[in-house]
Write a protein that binds this ligand. Structure first.
Ligand SMILES: Nc1nc2c(c(=O)[nH]1)N[C@H]1C(S)=C(S)[C@@H](COP(=O)(O)OP(=O)(O)OC[C@H]3O[C@@H](n4cnc5c(N)ncnc54)[C@H](O)[C@@H]3O)O[C@H]1N2
Ligand code: MOO
Length: 639
C-alpha cells in the first residue's frame, strides 16, 4: 500500500488486527503500561500487575458470630425445655458480634436464647454443639493464600478483601492515557455558535467517555484544521505522552482526508481500510512508539471503531482480558440483507414476543447515531453471508439486560406517524416502555404476526373485491379459526403529495399518466401501493403508463422527503407526511389503519398501556393535530 493511494482497500478485521500488532512490535510499542503501587483505596478500576497474596488471616482470631454469651459446649450437654442447664457466673462470658472468643470457650449462644436468673446465672434450654456461632480464624481468608491473580480488574469487593488480607497498597497497571485529536475545518467545540456547514465535535466527547469507561485517562486536544502539517504536528505532540492516539476523521478518500498520509509520514501505516461496516476506512498504525487509530468521522463508525480496535488494545496494555458483552439468541423480525465481503455491525431493538426474543434492525447509516442510542443489541452479519431471512435465529450482543426488554412492544407492518407519536407518549408515561416499530408494509406485518415475530401488525390493506380493509387478508393468512383481533388505530386521508403550490397542477390519480411526470411509489406489499393499484384499475389505467411506478420508497416520510428534495414530483401518501415536509396534498381517499394482534395479547401486561393511551382524549387531540387523521373509532375492536 502506498501512502499516496486514495483507495481504501478493505482487509478482514482479524487480518487488520494482526497487521497492527506486527507493526506495533516492529515500532517497539510497549506491550504493557508500567506497574505502579497505589493505596488500596485508589485501586478500584485498575488491573493487578502482580498476584495478591494474603499476609493476614481474616478473621485474624476466633470471634463471636452473634451477640450473646460464650460457653463451653460440653457444659450444655443435656439441656432441654424440661431439663434446663444453669451456668453460674464465671461459667460463661457476655460477648458481642465480632469480639474475640474469650480463652477456654468454644461456642456462642444468642442472647435471645439465654434466660438470666436473679442470681446472675444463665439458664439454657437447649444444648449447643462446639463452634456454634463462632467464626474461626481464617474462615474468610487465610494468611499466605492467593487472593487475586495478576491481570484482574479490581472491583469494590476486591479492594476490601485485599485490605482485609493485609494489603495497604497494591501493584497495578497505571491507567492508559488516550489522546483524542479531532480534525476538520467544519468541526466546532460543543457549545459554539454554529454557522451553516459547521459540525459539533460530538465524537471527541463520545470517544473520551468511552475511554474513561474503559478505565483510561482521556485527553482531548484542540480541534485541528484540515492541514496535513498541522495534523502531523499535533499527532507527534499527542503521541509523545499517550499510550494510544485516536485521530478523528479524514480517514477516507476525500480531498481533505489526510489521516493515512499523516500516519505514514509521521510513523508507519499498517492498515487503511478494514472489512467492517460501519467503520471501513479505519487507519491503524504507529507514531514513534505509540499506536494510533484513524477513527472515521461518522459517529457510529467512530463508536464502533473504538469497540472493535481501541478497547481490546487498551485492555491488553493493562494486561486484562478484553471486555465481552453477554449475548443471546434472537429471531430477526424482518429480512436483513448485507453486502458480501464485510462484517456488517447492525444495531437492533429487542423485544420479547411470547417466549422468544425478537430483534428488529435499526437504520444502518453510519451517521445515524440514534441507532446506537436506541439499540438494545448489536448483531454482526459476517463477511461471508449475504444477510439473513426474516425469522432466522441470530446471536445478538446485549447492550441492555434481557429483563429490561420485557416491556417492549414489537410492532411490524405499515408505517404510520401515529405509532411514532404513541411510542413517545408511552415512553413519557413510563420510561421502561418501548414501542419498537419496523416498516415492512402491511402484508409483511401480517406475515410477521403469523410467524410470531411481533405483538402488533399495523395494516391498511384494501381488498379491491369487497372494498373492505384488512379483515379479508387476515382471514386468508390466518384462516377463519385463528384467534386474531383487530383494533382500529385511526382513519386517515391518503392523497397525492406534491411540492408546495402544486406547480404541476395535479388534480388526482387520472393525472399520473402525464408524460415526463416523476412518480415515486411505495414498496410491494405496502397498503398505499395496493390503494394506488386499486385506484388505477378503477380508472382502467395500466401501471406501466405511470412514469416512476417502479421507483420505490419504504415509508410515507421517505416519499415526502423525495418530493421535498425535488427528486420526484408526486407520490401517494398521508397528509401528515405532506405537512411534515411543507408539501401540498391532493386528497384521494380516506382509509382505516388498524392494529392486528393475537387475541390473547389484548389483555397482556405488555400491551395494556397502549390501549389505555389510545383512549386518552389528550392523545387523540395530538393525533388529530397532525392533520388528516380522525380518531372517531380509535381503540375500537373491529374483530
Ligand atoms: N470515496 C469514498 N468516500 C467515502 C468512503 C470511501 O471509502 N470512499 N468512506 C465513507 C465512510 S464508510 C466513512 S465512515 C466516511 C469516513 O469519513 P472520514 O473519516 O474521512 O471523515 P470526514 O469525511 O472528515 O467526516 C465524515 C463525517 O463525520 C463528521 N465528523 C468529523 N469529525 C467529527 C467530530 N469530531 N464529531 C462529529 N462529527 C464529525 C464530518 O463532519 C462528516 O460529516 O467517509 C465516507 N466517504
Ligand atoms: O464504514 Mo463507514 O464507517 O460505513 O460509515
Amino acid at each position: 500500500m502506498t501512502a499516496e493511494s486514495p483507495f481504501v482497500s478493505d482487509v478482514p478485521a482479524v487480518q487488520a488486527l494482526a497487521a497492527w500488532r506486527e507493526a506495533r512490535a516492529v515500532a517497539g510499542c510497549p506491550a504493557r503500561v508500567e506497574a505502579v503501587r497505589v493505596p488500596v483505596g485508589d485501586a478500584v478500576g485498575r488491573v493487578t500487575a502482580e498476584p495478591v497474596w494474603a499476609t493476614r488471616s481474616s478473621p485474624a482470631f476466633d470471634s463471636a458470630g452473634m451477640d450473646g454469651i460464650a460457653v463451653r459446649a460440653a457444659d450444655t450437654v443435656g439441656a432441654a425445655e424440661t431439663t434446663p442447664v444453669l451456668l453460674a457466673p464465671g461459667g460463661f462470658e457476655v460477648v458481642d458480634t465480632g469480639d474475640p472468643l474469650p480463652p477456654g470457650y468454644d461456642a456462642v449462644v444468642m442472647r435471645e436464647h439465654v434466660h438470666h436468673t436473679a442470681d446472675g446465672s444463665a439458664e439454657l434450654r437447649a444444648g449447643v454443639p462446639p463452634y456454634q456461632h463462632v467464626r474461626s480464624i481464617g474462615e474468610d481468608i487465610s494468611a499466605a493464600e492467593l487472593l487475586l491473580p495478576q491481570g484482574h480488574r479490581l472491583r469494590p469487593v476486591d479492594v476490601a478483601a485485599c485490605a482485609a488480607a493485609g494489603a495497604t497498597t497494591l501493584a497495578v497497571r497505571r491507567a492508559p492515557v488516550v489522546a483524542i485529536v479531532p480534525t476538520g475545518d467544519e468541526i466546532r467545540p460543543i457549545g459554539a455558535e454554529l454557522a451553516p456547514g459547521d459540525i459539533l465535535d460530538t465524537n471527541s466527547l463520545m470517544l473520551a467517555a468511552q475511554a474513561r469507561e474503559a478505565g483510561c485517562e482521556a485527553r482531548v486536544t484542540e480541534i485541528v484544521p484540515d492541514d496535513p502539517a498541522a495534523i502531523a504536528a499535533m499527532v507527534r505532540t499527542a503521541a509523545a505522552d499517550a499510550d494510544l492516539v485516536l485521530l478523528i476523521a479524514g480517514s477516507s478518500a476525500g480531498r481533505d482526508d489526510y489521516t493515512a498520509r499523516v500516519v505514514a509520514e509521521t510513523g508507519s501505516l499498517a492498515v487503511h481500510g478494514v472489512a467492517v461496516r460501519p467503520g471501513h476506512p479505519v487507519v491503524l498504525g504507529t507514531v514513534g512508539e505509540t499506536p494510533i487509530v484513524g477513527v472515521p468521522g461518522y459517529p457510529v463508525s467512530a463508536a464502533l471503531t473504538f469497540d472493535i480496535f481501541a478497547a481490546p488494545l487498551l485492555a491488553e496494555l493493562e494486561g486484562a482480558a478484553p471486555h465481552e458483552r453477554p449475548s443471546a439468541a434472537a429471531r430477526l423480525a424482518r429480512k436483513l440483507p448485507s453486502a458480501l465481503g464485510t462484517d456488517d455491525w447492525v444495531r437492533v431493538r429487542l423485544g420479547r414476543v411470547h417466549d422468544q426474543v425478537v430483534a428488529t434492525p435499526l437504520p444502518r447509516g453510519a451517521g445515524v447515531l440514534t441507532s446506537l442510542v436506541r439499540a438494545d443489541g448489536l448483531l454482526v452479519v459476517p463477511a461471508g453471508l449475504e444477510g439473513h431471512h426474516a425469522g432466522e435465529e441470530v446471536r445478538v450482543e446485549l447492550l441492555r439486560g434481557l429483563a429490561d426488554i420485557g416491556r417492549t412492544i414489537v410492532a411490524i407492518g405499515s408505517h404510520d406517524l401515529v405509532l411514532d407519536l404513541a411510542a413517545s407518549a408511552l415512553r413519557a408515561t413510563d420510561p421502561l416502555i418501548t414501542l419498537a416499530s419496523s416498516n415492512v408494509g402491511s402484508l409483511g406485518g401480517l406475515v410477521a404476526l403469523r410467524d410470531g415475530l411481533c405483538h402488533i401488525a399495523g395494516s391498511h390493506l384494501l381488498d379491491p373485491a369487497t372494498g373492505e380493509y384488512t379483515l379479508s387478508y387476515v382471514d386468508k393468512l390466518f384462516g377463519p379459526d385463528v384467534d386474531v383481533a383487530v383494533v382500529r388505530l385511526v382513519h386517515r386521508d391518503q392523497g397525492l403529495l406534491v411540492a408546495s403550490g402544486n406547480p404541476l397542477g395535479l388534480t388526482g390519480i387520472g393525472d399520473l399518466t402525464r408524460p415526463g411526470l416523476r412518480y415515486v411509489n411505495r414498496q410491494r406489499g405496502a397498503g398505499t401501493r395496493v390503494l394506488l393499484d386499486h385506484e388505477l384499475t378503477r380508472r382502467g389505467i395500466d401501471p406501466a403508463e405511470v412514469p416512476g411506478y417502479a421507483r420505490e420508497e419504504h415509508t410515507h416520510l421517505a416519499v415526502a422527503a423525495a418530493i421535498a428534495a425535488g427528486r420526484a414530483d408526486t407520490g401517494l401518501g398521508i397528509l401528515a407526511a405532506a405537512r411534515a415536509f411543507g408539501l401540498d396534498f391532493v386528497p384521494v381517499a380516506q382509509e382505516p389503519y388498524d392494529l392486528v394482534l393475537r387475541t390473547r395479547d389484548l389483555d397482556s401486561a405488555q400491551l395494556r398501556p397502549l390501549w389505555t393511551l389510545l383512549e386518552q382524549p389528550d392523545f387523540q387531540a395530538e393525533v388529530e393535530k397532525l392533520g388528516g387523521y380522525s380518531c372517531a373509532e380509535t381503540g375500537r375492536r373491529i374483530r
